[in-house]
Design a protein around this ligand. Structure first.
Ligand code: FEO
Ligand code: CA
Ligand code: CA
Ligand code: CA
Length: 539
C-alpha cells in the first residue's frame, strides 16, 4: 500500500512526515497524491506500477503558512510535485508488496517535467509561449485522471481538469471565448500556482492553457524518456484513453470528455501497429471523430476535419476540439468518464457519470442538452453506462449500434425512471459510475465517484464502491466498498493476476476519515492490494 509522500528513493530524505506530508523537495522524490488511473508493466520479471496523481485535496492538503490555509511558495512547490504521474518498481515478499527504492525505473513526472508536443498542433502559433517560442514543447502534466495503455507497451496519462490551475492576477483581464469553453475562470480556486510560476497567470501567458488538456504518452521502462503530448487525440477534459487494435493494425482510441454536455471521441491512427516494431509515434497522426447518437439504437462517428467543422486547420481542431465537435452537432453527453472495450467481443462501454444540467441547461458552448437517446433522464443524478458495437465488428466502421447496459438509480426510493434499470436492486445500488475496466476474464469492473451521503435519493448507496458486472447477462454485484468520503478509481493487476491494485482517492475529504493510518492521522489517498484467500487469480 502506498500513500502520498512515501519515498521512492532512499538517501538523505527524512522519514515520511504523516502530519505535514513533507516539503516541496521531499515530494519531488516521493509518490504523488490523489491516485487515479494506473497500469502495471513488467520487464525482465520486474513489476513497474504507473499511477496518475490527479490533484491535491485543498481541504486537507497540509500547508506551511501561518493560517494553515494560505499557500506558501514551498506549499506550491509541494502541490505541483504531488501532481502528475508516479512510476515505481514494486516487489512482493512474503505475500506483501512494497516499493523497490532506488530502482532504475522509479520516476516522478510532475507539473514541471519537460515534454514534447507532437501531432498536428505541434509548432502552431496557439502553442507558442514565452517559455517555448517554438510551440513544440510543454512543461508538465497535471490533473491526470483516467489512463490508458497501448499494445506497444506505453502508458497514457489523460489531462482532465487542467483549467482549474489558471487564473489572472490582473483583475481587468478578459477571458476569451475559447478559455470559457474549457471552463477556465479568472480567479484562483486555491492552488495558487501563479503566485510562484507565472505560466499559470492568464494575463501574462494567455496561450499557456493551450499546452494542457491532452493525452500524454509515457514510456514507463525508460526513466530518461521525454513524455509526449498527443495533440492528434484532441484537447478536452480527457478522462481515459481506451486503445484497441483494428484488424488491419490501426490503433483506435476511445475517449470521453468529462464535463456536462460534452462529447465522446474516437481516434484512428494513420499508421499500423507492427508487433515488435517501432510503434512509438503511432499516436502522432490520425483521424479524430466524435459520436452522434440517434434514437432507436443507432449512431455514427463523424470525422472532425476543416471541411466538416469550418475550422481553419487540423491544428486548430486539435487545440479547440470542443468547438469542432459542436460545429458538427455531436451528441451532448452526461459527462463521459472511462471507456472500456470488451476483450471478448467488439463492443465498448462508457460511464456517463451524471449530469444535473441534462434537459435544463446547455453546455458551455451553448449546445442544447435534450433528454433522450443515451441520456434519458432530466437532471440526471445517478448516471448510466452506454455501450456500442461497431458495425461488422470492425472498430474502424463509422456506424454502430448502442444500448444502455445499466441505468443507475434507487428502487427503494423511486418507482419511475429514477429507480434505475432492471439489473439494479437493493443489493447493488450505486450512483455516478466513473472508473471502468475490463479484466481479461471478461468481467467489467465499475468504480464510483458519487454522492456518499447514504441519505435521501442516495439512501442505501453507502460509500463509493467497486462493482463487478457480467456484460453477457447484465448481472452486477458489489465487490468492495471504500472508506468514508473517498472515490474509488484506478485498477490494475500483478502480472500473475493474483493481486488486484485499486486506487482509493481522497478518503476523508470532508474530515471524516483517517484512512489508511487511523488514529488522528491526516487521511491519504492510497493504492490497496487485494488478493484471494486461496491465492488464486482475481480477474
Ligand atoms: Fe477525474 Fe472525470 O474524473
Ligand atoms: Ca474519474
Ligand atoms: Ca467523476
Ligand atoms: Ca476524482
Amino acid at each position: 500500500m502506498w500513500s502520498p509522500g512515501g519515498a521512492i528513493r532512499s538517501g538523505p530524505t527524512l522519514p515520511f512526515d504523516h502530519a505535514r506530508h513533507g516539503t516541496g523537495a521531499s515530494q519531488e522524490l516521493a509518490f504523488g497524491d490523489n491516485v487515479d488511473g494506473m497500469s502495471l508493466f513488467s520487464a525482465g520479471g520486474r513489476s513497474i506500477l504507473v499511477v496518475n496523481n490527479e490533484y491535491v485535496e485543498l481541504d486537507t492538503f497540509p500547508r506551511g503558512g501561518d493560517s494553515g490555509k494560505s499557500m506558501t511558495a514551498d506549499d506550491v512547490r509541494k502541490s505541483k510535485a504531488a501532481h502528475g504521474v508516479s512510476i515505481v518498481e514494486i516487489a512482493r515478499k512474503d505475500g506483501r508488496w512494497s516499493i523497490v527504492k532506488d530502482s532504475r525505473y522509479n520516476r516522478r513526472i510532475t507539473a514541471d517535467t519537460p515534454m514534447k508536443i507532437t501531432g498536428p498542433a505541434r509548432g502552431h502559433d496557439l502553442l507558442k509561449t514565452a517559455q517555448d517560442r517554438s510551440g513544440t514543447g510543454a512543461n508538465g502534466t497535471w490533473n491526470d485522471c483516467g489512463n490508458g495503455r497501448t499494445p506497444w507497451g506505453t502508458y497514457l496519462a489523460c489531462e482532465e481538469n487542467f483549467s482549474n490551475y489558471f487564473y489572472s492576477t490582473d483583475p481587468n483581464f478578459k477571458l476569451t471565448a475559447e478559455m470559457k469553453r474549457y471552463g477556465i475562470k479568472g480567479k484562483d480556486e486555491g492552488h495558487a500556482w501563479a503566485s510562484v510560476d507565472d505560466r499559470f497567470d492568464l494575463s501574462k501567458h494567455p496561450n499557456e492553457p493551450n499546452r494542457a488538456g491532452y493525452v500524454v504518452e509515457i514510456d514507463p521502462l525508460d526513466s530518461s524518456s521525454v513524455p509526449k503530448k498527443r495533440t492528434a487525440l484532441g484537447r478536452f477534459k480527457h478522462e481515459n484513453a481506451e486503445v484497441v487494435l483494428a484488424a488491419n493494425g490501426r490503433a483506435v482510441v476511445y475517449m470521453g470528455d468529462d464535463e456536462r454536455g460534452e462529447f465522446l471521441y474516437r481516434f484512428v491512427s494513420s499508421g499500423r501497429n507492427v508487433e515488435g516494431g517501432n510503434n512509438s509515434d503511432l499516436l502522432a497522426d490520425g483521424r479524430l471523430h466524435v459520436a452522434k447518437f440517434a434514437d432507436g439504437g443507432r449512431g455514427e462517428w463523424v470525422e472532425l476535419t476543416p471541411e466538416s467543422t469550418g475550422m481553419k486547420s487540423r491544428a486548430e481542431i486539435c487545440v479547440f476540439t470542443r468547438q469542432a465537435a459542436s460545429a458538427v452537432k455531436a451528441t451532448t453527453m452526461d459527462r463521459p468518464e472511462w471507456v472500456a472495450a470488451n476483450p471478448w467481443k467488439p463492443e465498448v462501454y462508457c460511464c456517463l457519470t451524471n449530469n444535473t444540467n441534462r434537459g435544463k441547461k446547455p453546455n458551455a458552448g451553448g449546445d442544447a442538452t435534450p433528454v433522450g437517446g443515451p441520456n434519458p433522464r432530466a437532471g440526471n443524478k445517478y448516471g448510466q453506462i452506454v455501450r456500442w458495437a461497431p458495425d461488422g465488428g470492425d472498430h474502424l466502421a463509422d456506424g454502430f449500434a448502442w444500448d444502455l447496459f445499466v441505468v443507475a438509480g434507487n428502487p427503494t426510493v423511486h418507482t419511475d425512471a429514477y429507480a434505475g434499470s432492471k439489473n439494479i436492486h437493493k443489493g447493488n445500488m450505486f450512483n455516478s459510475p466513473d472508473g471502468l475496466v475490463f479484466s481479461p476474464n471478461g468481467i467489467l469492473w465499475i468504480q464510483t465517484d458519487g454522492n456518499y451521503s447514504d441519505a435521501g435519493d442516495f439512501a442505501g448507496h453507502g460509500n463509493n464502491q467497486m462493482l463487478a458486472a457480467d456484460p453477457a447477462t447484465g448481472e452486477i454485484a458489489r465487490f468492495m466498498v471504500g472508506p468514508r468520503e473517498c472515490e474509488i478509481t484506478g485498477l490494475t493487476w500483478s502480472t500473475d493476476r493474483r493481486t488486484m491494485f485499486v486506487g482509493i482517492q481522497h478518503p476523508g475529504e470532508k474530515g471524516n476519515s483517517h484512512f489508511p493510518d487511523g488514529g488522528g492521522a491526516t487521511p491519504c489517498s492510497a493504492v490497496i492490494a487485494v488478493a484471494r484467500k486461496d491465492g488464486g487469480a482475481i480477474g
